[in-house]
Design a protein around this ligand. Sequence first.
Ligand SMILES: [Fe+2]
Length: 276
Amino acid sequence: MLVAQLTDTHVVRPGSTYFGVDTAAYLRDAIDALHALDPAPDVVVVTGDLTNFGEPAEYERFAELMAASRVPYFVVPGNHDDRDAMRACLPPRTYGGSNDARVRFAIDEYDVRVIGLDANGARPWPGARLDDASLRWLDRTLALRDATPALVCVHQPPFRTGLHYLDAFGFGGARRLRALLAPRARHVRVISGHIHCVRVGDVGGARASTAPSTAPQVVPELFERRPFALRRERPGFATHAWDAARGFVTTVFRRADDGRYVPVAESAAAAENAPA
Ligand SMILES: [Fe+2]
């Protein structure tokens, strides 16, 4: 089973850009790159900030672009997204048909369960909070098939990333999330976006990671105390392979100068974050 993760696509209206970047063109390229993967992914998950302003016109464009994907895709909202506009414009199966106050779903048709969670408060507040209902739902949902591997997809990483100005907003409910995942850590992987760069962490013993945005990004320097020390990183995406013998293996892909997307080993991800 191979799951591709796109994140922070930040699609804007036709004719406009995201800080001068044509995010739609980069999303198109990332989808093409997924089609070139061998083996092909079984599923694509987009882990939030699908659009920049949460406007219907942006979702329509996002949906048009994603319609080119030959691989079925699922989405969880990020802090830039608007749940109602997202639900109105995207095919319901992409958010698991969830009509709950927060988007949440479990897709059970593959070897790995794909579980979507929504930890967003009032947009575009960047912090996160998993409310009581979401945590209880997650516990019940995992308990239904506790022995099946699960990929829990949530926009904000539920671990400290070292990006202090974002960590400072906190992740409400993280302690309960850790307690809930701890007995299942061997089977569960947590994947996020939000920080537009790659970090690997731990949630109750379950490995957790973030993926790069599909567009070029300016991110705070690693572990810098100065919040505004910035650098530019290459666009990219991640894949999460699973098999019974090895469990989950994550690979980060970055766009090279010639436009190809090349894999970067997870262990080398930090060193690879050289300025583009
Ligand atoms: Fe983002």
